[in-house]
Structure formats: C-alpha cells, structure tokens
Design a protein around this ligand. Structure first.
Ligand code: LLP
Length: 467
C-alpha cells in the first residue's frame, strides 16, 4: 500500500529561507543571513559561497559570517535614527556580542561607535583602527588599569558605581583635559527576558541606584577633572516588547532635567541595546526600523514635553547587529538511538563554541546544508561532543535522516557564541570566515593543539622522565 506523506513530512529546510523578494528585510527578523539561498547542488549558499565547500576549505566546525547582513543591520540602525530622531544620534555596536578585529573594523566603517566592556575589548577595537573617541568603556568593576587605558585612548567611560567614580576622580586629578564620563543608572524597569540577561530592574548589579542620583550629580559637579557628558541605562537583552523602551525614555528625560539642576550639561543620552532576534519560527521581534522609531520618537516627545533641548541620542545594540549574520557549520559524526526514547545525533562542536543552550536553555534551529530539499523525517536530539550530558545544541530538531559527514548548520549564532566560547575539554576554538560576493576571508584562525598549551608552564621538577 502506498501512503501519502503528510504535509509536515514533506517540509524541507527550504522553509527557513526568507522571501528573497521582500525588500528592506530587517536582519533580526530572519532565521538565516540575508544572502542565503539554495544552489543547484541543493546546498545552502551564503554570501555566494557554498557552505559544504567552505567546510572543506576551512575545516569544521566553522563560524560563517555574512558581510551583507552585518552591514545591513548597521545601516538600518544608523538610517532609522536619522529618520526618526530630529537631533543628533550615534549608534554604538555592543561588541560583547562578538568582538574581533574584523567585526570592529566593519561596524566602524559603517559609522558606528563601539561599546567595549574590558581592557581586552578596548584594545581589540583600537587595534582594528577605531578611534578612541568612538569607544565607550562599560563594566561594573573596571580595574584602575582599564580606566587608565580608556583615559589614555580618549575613550568615553560609562561610570557604574561610587567606587569607580571616586577612583576616576583620583586618577584624573590635575589632568589638563577632563575625562568624559557617562553615568549609568538603574531605571527600575522590568521586561520579559531570561533573568540572567535582565539588567534594568532595581535589583541589578549594574549602575547607580536611582535614589543616589542627586548625590552622584553633586559629586560630579565638584570634580573639575570629570566632565559628566552623558547618562546611560540598559534594560536587558533579547527583548521583543516595545513598551519598556517607551517607559525608559520618560525615566531618562526626568534624569536629564535633574542633571540640569546640578549644572551638569548632559549632552548625551544612551538608551542601551536589547532588541531581540529570531532564533525560531515563533520568535517575532520588532524590526530595527520599528525599534529605532519607538526609541527616537519617545525621547524626542519626552524632551519636548519637558521643554528641554534634544540631547545626542545613543544606543548600543549587539545581538541585533551580528546575531542573524552568522551560522555555525558542524559535521555530523556518531548517532545513537535509545529505543522508544530518542535518537542522539552528534556534531563535532557544542557547548564550547555555543554555550547559550546550556546556559540559558536557548533555542536554535538547524538544517542539513548539503541536502536542503530532503524531507524532514526525523526528530532528534542534536548533541555536542563534550563530556557533559547537558551538552545538547537542540532538543527535538526536525531534520532529514542524517549520515556521518553531513554538514549541519545551526542558525543565528553571531551573538554571544564566539564571544562566550571556551576551550572546555581542550577543544580548539573554530575558525570564522567572512563571506560576500562569492569570496570567503578568514577572520579568526582555527586554534591548534599548540594554542591549547601556549600558556601552560611545566615546572622542571614535574617533567616526566621518558623511559
Ligand atoms: N549595553 C549594555 C550595557 C549591555 O549590558 C548589553 C548586553 C548591551 C548593550 C547589548 O545588548 P543586546 O543588544 O546584545 O541585547 N550573553 C547573553 C546576553 C548578555 C547581554 C549582556 N549585555 C546571551 O547570550 O543572551
């Protein structure tokens, strides 16, 4: 008897492709990079490069970053702020999402400044050629060295707490030019996202408590070596709601008015980042354009209502700039079926190159890149290769029947994957390639076994005698 396959069984990985004819697509609303298509070998192609060929050339696992998608996100943010905010604006890229030389250089070439959160991120951005005045140093426990590094580079410092404020006053005492600082305040705004990535509620380790705001302003006013040029707040990450950003605008403009009473000429208002991206079909974040419209219009309206001039408006998105621009390609290896329970399919990476599923129970989608039209007949647990049962990239992944050697692509891995990667189990970090116009350029070299022991030292007394 011939049975007709159900519609679901007939579905293929092609369903994840966006409608290529839809212009002005917002990268954060797509599962795959904007240039993705299926080529005549039935293979996934990104930036004009065949993914299976990239893996042959650069090895596996491999981060594949699409230059068009990354640049499009930068341009959409930049242009939307120009369109919807009548004052001056500056978009910063929150480089904690993925900080490396090539990405810093690309976003800076699109006119973005960069938010850095450590001496290491600051150093990388400077090495990429980004000018110090376009860098903003964040962090809730910056060291004296990091503060000095920022002062020397002429970077802006986003001051998080009293200890830092007092340290900075001491470090800059007698300086010829005052250091430009922004004050980070906790706005007391709740939003719906994972509790680890919520930052705007009052019980947060970041920022000055709003109750201390007047004392902070008074302190800054008395320091000739500190120029309190801005105020900052950030409410959280992977946010789909719009209302918290409207609420934030009102709160921040109130702070602006208060700063004026202390004669602090606050010129910059930084509303943080937080716009979410689409990791699965059911994720429906606002577009970059919609987000910028809400933020820009809300700040402008609140300033108008308060009768104060428009500050320079800053925002610092990370995930929505780089998240959807990258996929990770893995090679399928072993599999195991536990009868009546589940089938495990294992790839050659996992929690060391993408710690988000094990850390936040984040959801991802995957395709078998070398057989894009194959019907999705299996539901499997896509496991990583680490010695840890929780090392699962995707539960219940809908895939075609896989074979060892298949190229499995996990989507939406640009943000907080490489930047949070580790060498757990002494796995070398994957390489990353930048693709565009059919060309692939290496932007991060694959780590080698030698790299893994580069910092190891073996004291002479521990050397083993070879028999
Ligand atoms: N500004 C500040 C002060 C931040 O703390 C963050 C993110 C951003 C901007 C950028 O937020 P985004 O636009 O990327 O949402 N590792 C977590 C995310 C941690 C976010 C930390 N702060 C994850 O993998 O989901």
């Amino acid at each position: 008897m011939v049975s007709t396959p159900s519609l679901e069984v007939q579905a293929t990985a092609r369903q994840y492709l966006a409608d290529a004819t839809a212009d002005g697509r917002s990268p954060n609303q797509e599962l795959l990079p904007l240039t993705t298509c299926v080529n005549d070998r039935d293979c996934l192609e990104i930036g004009g490069c065949d993914v299976a060929t990239l893996v042959e050339q650069f090895g596996s696992p491999l981060y594949i970053l699409d230059e068009t998608t990354l640049r499009t996100a930068c341009v959409q943010y930049r242009e939307a702020f120009r369109r919807y905010y009548p004052g001056e604006s500056q978009v910063l890229y929150a480089s904690k999402a993925w900080n490396c030389l090539a990405i810093c250089a690309i976003v800076a070439s699109e006119g973005l400044g960069i938010d850095v959160v450590s001496g290491g991120e600051l150093y990388t951005a400077l090495q990429a050629g980004v000018s110090g005045e376009k860098l903003y140093l964040h962090g809730n426990n910056k060291s004296r060295e990091e503060l000095q590094q920022a002062i020397a580079a002429n970077a802006r410092i986003v001051v998080d707490n009293w200890y830092e404020l007092e340290t900075l006053a001491e470090l800059t005492r007698g300086a010829t030019h005052p250091a430009a600082i922004l004050l980070r305040l906790t706005p007391g705004i709740e939003c719906h996202t994972h509790e680890y990535i919520r930052t705007g509620h009052l019980d947060s380790k970041f920022g000055f408590d709003p109750d201390s705001i007047e004392a902070v302003f008074e302190f800054v006013r008395q320091q000739p070596s500190l120029a309190g040029i801005g105020l900052h707040a950030h409410i959280g990450s992977q946010i789909f709601e719009i209302q918290p950003h409207r609420d934030l605008a009102k709160v921040m403009v109130k702070w602006l008015q208060l700063a004026a009473r202390y004669d602090i000429p606050v010129a910059e208002l930084n509303v943080g980042g937080g716009l979410g991206i689409r990791y699965t079909e059911s994720d429906d974040p606002p577009s970059i354009d919609e987000w910028a419209k809400v933020v820009g219009e809300a700040i402008a309206a609140a300033c108008q209502e308060a009768g104060i001039p428009l500050p320079k408006l800053l925002c610092e998105p990370g995930r929505s700039i780089v998240g959807s621009a990258c996929v990770t390609a893995y090679t399928v290896g072993s599999s195991k079926t536990v009868p009546g329970i589940r089938t495990y399919v294992t790839v050659d990476g996992g929690m060391s190159d993408n710690p988000r599923p094990i850390t936040y129970q984040s959801l991802y989608r995957a395709v078998v890149a070398n057989r894009m039209s194959a019907p999705l007949t299996e539901t499997v647990t896509l496991a990583g290769k680490h010695c840890e049962s929780g090392d699962v990239l995707i539960q219940n992944a809908r895939l075609p029947k896989t074979e060892p050697g298949d190229i499995l692509v996990v989507m939406g891995t640009g943000a907080y994957n490489y930047s949070m990667s580790s060498n757990y189990n002494r796995l070398p970090r994957p390489a990353a390639v930048l693709v565009g116009d059919g060309e692939a350029s290496l932007i991060l070299q694959r780590e080698t076994d030698r790299d893994l022991i580069r910092q190891d030292r073996l004291p002479a007394r521990l050397r083993l005698q070879s028999s």
